[in-house]
Design a protein around this ligand. Structure first.
Ligand code: ADP
Length: 483
């Protein structure tokens, strides 16, 4: 029971959230309100027209009667003049009661013959007698019209008396009733038509969004559905453009992931293949001398070291890529960090007869960085400058800083990088000369790690090189760490 209630509420809230449903409700509401206003307008218009028609006709008629009464000097010679016939004629025409009142507010004639001789002081009568103008009043609650028309003296135009008449508007009310019933039928028909229209319109209006859902649903693993246009609305066009951009980005990511996986497999397989060849040749050979065994085992150990280095480099890269691998930021003396790092590299530099120079301009540079990661990044640059050098060459590191950034310049006069390779050197596993890099123990991951560390610090790195003359890397890092 509870389950059905909950699922009903969920379904209901889904319906309320649906654009189709909302369009339907809005169109219906606007339609219904307009029809209601129109209906009220028509009925009110009819009522006011009918009342004013009835009033105007009566005013004309009573003016004629008033002129006639004044001409025959009725109020002066009441006894000589019999008004009964005239009053009953007007009364039946007017569908109401007519009183003739003299200047003392006494009733001198009454079409109902009930109030003759009585005094009548209604507001309308006093007003009419005082101003000499016709007073009319419509009482919509009790449904009748009241009229007070002045009777003037024939000579001096002074008010001698008042014709006071009241007439029921029941005929108008009956007509209104019929009209309103006819209107109701029209209203129901119109609302039904609007409902059908709203149903069709909401389906048509929402259709482009259904098309978008279908396109998104049809996207398979290969992100193949690009360039689909749904130009029905500016909005759908914009959504599809954004969706295309997203797809392209995902495709690039997917491609690079696949390329990375195949590169990793290839790189990991190379040392394994070498080990297999070395092991097989010992196994197959008869009477292999101990020296050869030792030599081959040394080679196998070297390959294991290589495999280990690739795996370690890959792990550093993956750790850097992961969002969770947040940098461990502290305030670091950059020059001190670099001079310690250069000390570590001195033995390999000396081995290749390379001169290491460090120039810090005597400035103290304090920066918020991850010391371990930044050391690794700069070490890769200096190590490369030593590795890809010529015997007797030099490697020079310069540092400088302003209040916003510090820069580290690593330059060498080594073999340099060809122009068409320079834009690729930061890619994973890219090497200008694969066999040379492999010979000197490169994995092709060093610069990728360096670039990732620098990006992690919101910094930038730029390489310039002249083949055969040397290479310069310039690293620029914000002094204050930006989250
Ligand atoms: P590797 O492990 O092969 O050194 P890196 O990512 O560190 O990989 O460098 C990528 C490639 O860029 C190297 O193989 C090398 O060809 C080139 N390279 C990097 N630094 C230098 C340099 N200072 N001088 C010349 N070539 C360089």
């Amino acid at each position: 029971m509870l389950k059905t209630i909950i699922s009903f509420i969920i379904q209901k809230s889904k319906l309320l959230k649906s654009l189709k449903f909302r369009i339907l409700v809005i169109v219906l509401l606007v339609g219904a309100v307009s029809i209601a206003v129109m209906r009220a307008g028509i009925l009110n218009d009819y009522l006011s027209r009918a009342v004013s028609n009835q009033t105007n006709t009566a005013v004309t008629q009573f003016r004629i009667l008033s002129n006639h009464l004044s001409k025959v000097k009725f109020l002066e010679n009441k006894e000589d003049y019999d008004t009964d016939e005239e009053l009953s004629l007007f009364s039946s025409f007017f569908n109401g009661r007519i009183l003739i009142i003299d200047s003392n507010f006494r009733v001198v004639a009454d079409s109902y013959d009930m109030s003759v001789g009585k005094t009548m002081v209604a507001k309308e009568i006093i007003n009419c007698a005082g101003t000499g103008s016709v007073i009319q009043n419509y009482d919509d609650v009790n449904a009748y019209i009241e009229l007070a028309v002045p009777i003037f003296a024939p000579d001096n135009k002074s008010v001698q008396g008042v014709i006071f008449a009241s007439s029921s508007t029941s005929t108008i009310a009956d007509n209104l009733d019929v009209l309103s019933r006819k209107n109701d039928i029209l209203v129901v028909t119109l609302i039904s038509l609007i409902f059908v229209f709203a149903l069709i319109a909401s389906s048509i209006l929402v259709n482009p969004f259904n098309k978008i859902t279908k396109v998104i649903d049809s996207v398979d693993e290969g992100f193949g559905v690009t360039g689909v246009k749904i130009p029905d609305y500016t909005e759908t066009e914009a959504i599809m453009e954004a969706f295309d951009k997203l797809l392209s980005r995902m495709k690039i990511l997917d491609d690079s992931r696949q390329e990375f996986v195949s590169n990793v497999s290839h790189e990991l397989k190379t040392p394994l293949a070498s080990m297999k060849v070395l092991a097989d040749s010992i196994r197959m050979g008869d009477d292999v001398p101990v020296e050869t065994y030792k030599e081959f085992m040394d080679d196998i150990a070297d390959e294991v070291d290589r495999e280990n280095k690739i795996i370690n480099d890959l792990l550093s890269l993956v750790k850097m890529d992961r969002k969770a691998g947040k940098p461990n930021i502290s305030m670091v003396d950059v020059n001190l960090m670099i001079s310690q790092m250069m000390k570590m590299l001195l033995p390999i530099a000396e081995k290749s007869n390379i001169e290491l120079i460090f120039e810090d301009k005597g400035k103290q540079i304090a920066a918020e960085i991850d010391e371990t990661k930044m050391t690794l990044a700069l070490m890769n640059l200096v190590e490369n400058a030593i590795k890809y050098n010529k015997p007797g060459g030099w490697v020079r590191v310069d540092t400088d800083a302003d209040y916003q950034f510090f820069t580290v310049k690593v330059s060498d006069n080594g073999i340099g990088i060809p122009e068409d390779s320079i834009e690729h050197i930061f890619e994973r596993f890219y090497r200008v000369d694969k066999s040379h890099s492999r010979e000197i123990g490169g994995t092709g991951l060093g610069l990728a790690i360096t670039r990732n560390v620098i990006l992690l610090h919101r910094g930038a790195v730029k390489a310039t090189s002249v083949e055969g003359e040397g290479t310069t890397f310039i690293v620029r890092i914000p002094v204050k760490y930006v989250e």
